[in-house]
Design a protein around this ligand. Structure first.
Ligand SMILES: *Cc1c(COP(=O)(O)O)cnc(C)c1O
Length: 457
């Protein structure tokens, strides 16, 4: 039998031509989005002032299993896809585990993460529908960078509201986005009503994704031919990210492999949703039974300590209500170094699947443990991982160690969502021993749970 290569690439001709919509196969569908003005389920017309029409259709679609990837988006994907499926031989050896560890590496593009998969789709539809500009928010900067690249490619202007703590920590991110022509504003800012209100109520705040979302939405709805786009959480984003799992599954089939365990870090849920969807379909249809693990930061533990309830997707309370695991939209997590995982809620799809037991386990990990795993991984696999991705690495290592104890040769697949080149301040803080492991208290969480909107649905 031929040895499985270290890096396996699908042929370009084998790249998926459709995204996969896992909602079509879910037994229990997600609760509908609710319009906070009427407290009724959201309809298409409620969303089209904020989002592009075709993206609204995708957002509300829970019946079409496969949705065509437009030709021009596929052409863009070909610039950096298919992404490699890597067999972690060196990590396996270092751990002395009988487990077979694979990871799908999404950091091989200039934005450095998987976010480009959805950015390309969203910029394409905006251009097609005659928009001249887009607004968005960015936490750690990966999404803003990805969208700046996609907007430059499809020829559309972009304003990015960047969470203030990241704006200050990551000047190089700003420079990259500026290179692609985007306009960057630290959030909260005085350029929007909601920003001014947040500054008044929380002076000196370091900002949060929720605040930045509110600002970007306000800007989009008050600007002509402008729409808002979001890099995670939404159903449409999970749909676009399904390309990760479709490629992984096809690559593993060609290698005569199939995962026993699928692991992803979970911020808003898009990479995990995208990686696991194709495998989740097998499980939903009763074909196979892979075990799914979501990994989140202990500082922002929405699945492990949040409530499954209707909540706003943003701090400014202008978005629809979504039923999801949430820490409360008023929860502002302590600034940590996995900025891409600092979001109060979780994708409604992931939330429902977790609630119904299809996602088997969620774990919350401390920052220093994550960087320990990141450093170990970097040494053996020679890739400097993003702090977000390193949450998944941590869990994969834990599972591989369990295999060592039990002697089982399980096949583990995890998502390596990005590189850590823009996170060197975080690595320095870990190396110097100044990194803290702030974990919110139950009282901290209760304060924001008390503010959850009351919905009887
Ligand atoms: C944004 C980001 C994440 C988390 O977002 P999800 O929507 O949960 O995938 C994870 N890893 C990287 C590198 C990111 O940029």
């Amino acid at each position: 039998m031929s040895k499985i290569p270290y890096r396996f690439y699908l042929d370009e001709k084998d790249m998926p031509e459709t995204w996969y919509n896992v909602r079509a196969d879910m037994k229990v569908k997600c609760a509908p989005l609710i319009n906070p003005a009427t407290m009724k389920p959201v309809e298409k017309k409620d969303l089209t002032s904020v989002f592009c029409d075709e993206l609204v259709d995708q957002e509300l679609d829970e019946t079409n299993r496969y949705i065509e990837i437009p030709e021009q988006v596929r052409e863009f994907y070909k610039i950096y896809r298919p992404s490699p499926l890597i067999r972690a031989y060196n990590l396996e050896r270092a751990l002395g585990t009988p487990a077979k560890i694979y990871y799908k590496f999404e950091g091989n593009n200039t934005s450095g993460s998987h976010k480009l998969n959805s950015a390309a789709a969203q910029a394409y539809y905006a251009k097609k529908e005659g928009m001249t500009s887009l607004t968005t928010e960015t936490g750690a900067g990966q999404w803003g960078t990805a969208l700046a690249m996609a907007c430059a490619y499809f020829g559309i202007d972009l304003t990015v509201y960047m969470v203030k703590s990241s704006f200050e920590q990551k000047p190089y991110r700003k420079a990259v986005m500026n290179t692609f022509g985007a306009d960057i504003i630290p959030s909260p800012s005085d350029t929007t009503e909601v920003g001014r209100a947040i500054l008044k109520n929380h002076p000196g705040t370091s900002g949060s994704l929720g605040c930045a979302i509110s600002e970007a939405v306000e800007k989009a709805v008050s600007t002509k031919n402008c729409r808002y786009v979001l890099g995670s959480v939404l159903n449409q984003v999970l749909l676009h990210q399904s390309v990760i799992g479709l490629e992984s599954k096809m690559a593993m089939e060609k290698l005569d492999e199939y995962p026993d365990i699928v692991i992803g870090c979970a911020g808003g849920g898009s990479n995990l949703g995208g990686l696991m969807s194709a495998f989740m379909q097998d499980r939903l249809l009763g074909k196979t039974h892979p075990y799914f693990i979501a990994v989140e930061p202990a500082s922002c533990p929405s699945l492990t300590r949040g409530k499954f309830a209707y909540d706003f997707c943003d701090t400014g309370h202008i978005t629809p209500l979504a039923k999801m695991y949430t820490l409360g939209s008023d929860f502002i997590p302590s600034p940590n170094h996995a900025g891409g995982l600092r979001y109060h809620g979780m994708s409604p799809v992931l939330s429902q699947l977790y609630h119904d037991g299809y996602i088997d386990k969620a774990v919350a990990v401390k920052q220093t443990d994550v960087f320990k795993a990141a450093t170990f991984f970097a040494k053996y696999e020679t890739i400097l991982p993003a702090p977000e991705s390193s949450h998944a690495i941590y869990a994969a290592i834990e599972e591989a160690k369990k295999c060592k104890e039990s002697g089982e040769a399980k096949t583990i697949l995890f998502g390596l969502t990005g590189t850590g080149y823009f996170d060197m301040a975080a690595y320095i803080s870990y190396q110097e021993g100044t990194m803290n492991d702030y974990i919110p208290t139950d009282e901290d969480l209760q304060r924001s749970f008390d503010m959850l909107p009351k919905v009887d649905a």
